[in-house]
Design a protein around this ligand. Structure first.
Ligand code: AMP
Length: 420
């Protein structure tokens, strides 16, 4: 071990486990790539104000969890705690919304940083795949995104992901509800910090997980009873489209989420095998965010799914992904001359699309065959001096142990045939 360890709340992705993370990213992004979403990549850091304005001054993410720094030039930057604000910033900066082709549909994948108290499933560095559909107020778009996320989980073989759904209203109906909720909350027995939250962002109090608070929230007024007609019918359309697509959901009138920018449709995917950190993904509509960061009115919807927790969910359900073998053929040269020959053979195999590896460092037969078995390869190519003299190499099936000589100038064809 070196003197250094990964910082608290972080961990390294190391083979062979790292393969599952790649597969999860691939599985989440595949449905998006088939549905008109283009890939976007933004910097790992942004101006602090983008998040304080976009995510919300009073949210835990902004007040407690951002990694901020001041550059030598005096810029105040933050490592990105989430993706939506950056993606919208990038879309506005590139004027994608002006190309006359709304909605702008984008997907992304990357690392995010939050200074949280680390625990199982909650890290300070984690990975998300996300999608945003910018510039259209259409319930079919909300439904599309939810269906694509549900399909991604299903394609991975997850069965126990539940979808929670709510509407947070809009600028028409939310202010009235907010006032009613505040009246209710002010009458409760709450600590100083929570009372402050009641004044700044009362909806977030509904999300309080503490038992003492939860008990008092039993009779709290709910947004769904205060939705205006437009929000109500929008939400009904989303629900109908989800039902038509065969995506099951549970109405959760308390679902609010930790970011301020959400309006109308809000949803979360949870997995019951994960303990306290049960949210595997979430998102919603954010019709006001563009204006909050200085852009034009662009009603939008999006989600972010957590890669780390999706991998944990797979483990919790005992799902093993059907991953392609990292190495199909492992070559074992015995001697200099054999190495030159097999180096050429491995290069040709790789160019022909076969995953192949070679024993390096002049190892003996025993050690090299151990590596061959450990690599998970189905076949080994072994060549020694006598084989070279005869113009052959030995092709060994590592499962059955069967071995036969194949011509040295016909290795690729023989391997292909053996792999079927
Ligand atoms: P959020 O942006 O908070 O809605 O998060 C979206 C998803 O990212 C969550 O459902 C989690 O799967 C994942 N996520 C958020 N924060 C963390 C974290 N600290 N550690 C691991 N995953 C996280």
């Amino acid at each position: 071990m070196s003197t250094f360890r990964a910082p608290k709340g972080t961990y390294d992705l190391i083979p062979p486990d790292s393969a599952a993370y790649l597969a999860v990213r691939e599985a989440i992004s595949a449905p998006l790539r088939r549905s008109g979403y283009g890939y976007v990549e933004t910097p790992g850091f942004e101006h602090v104000e983008l998040f304080s304005r976009g995510v919300g001054e009073s949210t835990d993410i902004v007040t407690k969890e951002m990694y901020t720094l001041t550059t030598r030039g005096g810029d105040r930057l933050a490592l990105r705690p989430e993706g939506t604000a950056s993606v919208l910033r990038a879309a506005l900066e590139a004027s994608l919304h002006k190309a006359g082709n709304l909605p702008v549909k984008l997907w992304y994948s990357g690392s995010y940083y939050r200074y949280e108290r680390p625990q199982a499933g909650r890290y300070r560095h984690f990975s998300q795949v996300g999608a945003e559909a910018i510039g259209a107020e259409d319930p079919a778009l909300d439904a599309e995104l939810i269906v694509l996320a549900a399909d991604a989980y299903r394609s991975l073989g997850l069965r126990d992901v539940r979808l929670l759904l709510n509407s947070l209203g809009d600028q028409e109906c939310r202010p009235g509800y907010r006032a009613v909720l505040q009246d209710f909350l002010r009458g409760l027995d709450l600590d100083e910090e929570t009372l402050r939250r009641v004044e700044i962002n009362p909806l977030r109090v509904l999300d309080d997980k503490r038992e003492a608070v939860r008990k008092q929230l039993a009779g709290a007024p709910m947004m769904r009873d205060h939705l205006c007609e437009a929000c109500k019918s929008f939400h009904e359309r989303v629900r109908d489209l989800l039902t038509a697509a065969g995506v099951a959901f549970e109405d959760d009138p308390r679902l609010v989420r930790g970011l301020d920018y959400y309006t109308r449709t809000t949803f979360e995917f949870v997995h019951d095998g994960l303990g306290a950190q049960s949210a595997v993904g979430g998102g919603g509509r954010y019709d006001g965010l563009s204006e909050m960061i200085g852009g034009p009115a662009l009603p939008s919807v999006g989600w972010a799914l957590g890669v780390d927790r999706t991998v944990l969910a797979l483990e919790a359900e005992g799902v093993t992904l059907d991953l392609p073998a990292a190495t199909e053929v492992y070559a074992v040269p015995l001697g200099e001359e054999a190495r030159d020959l097999l180096f050429g053979a491995v290069t040709a195999l790789r160019r022909a699309g076969v995953a192949a590896d070679l024993s390096y460092g002049g190892r003996g037969l025993k050690g090299a065959m151990k590596s061959a078995n450990r690599s998970g390869a189905r076949l080994a190519l072994v060549a020694g001096e006598r084989d070279l003299a005869e113009g052959v190499v030995q092709l060994k099936d590592l499962e059955s142990g069967e071995q036969r000589a194949v011509p040295a100038d016909g290795i690729t064809a023989a391997v292909r045939e053996a792999l079927g």
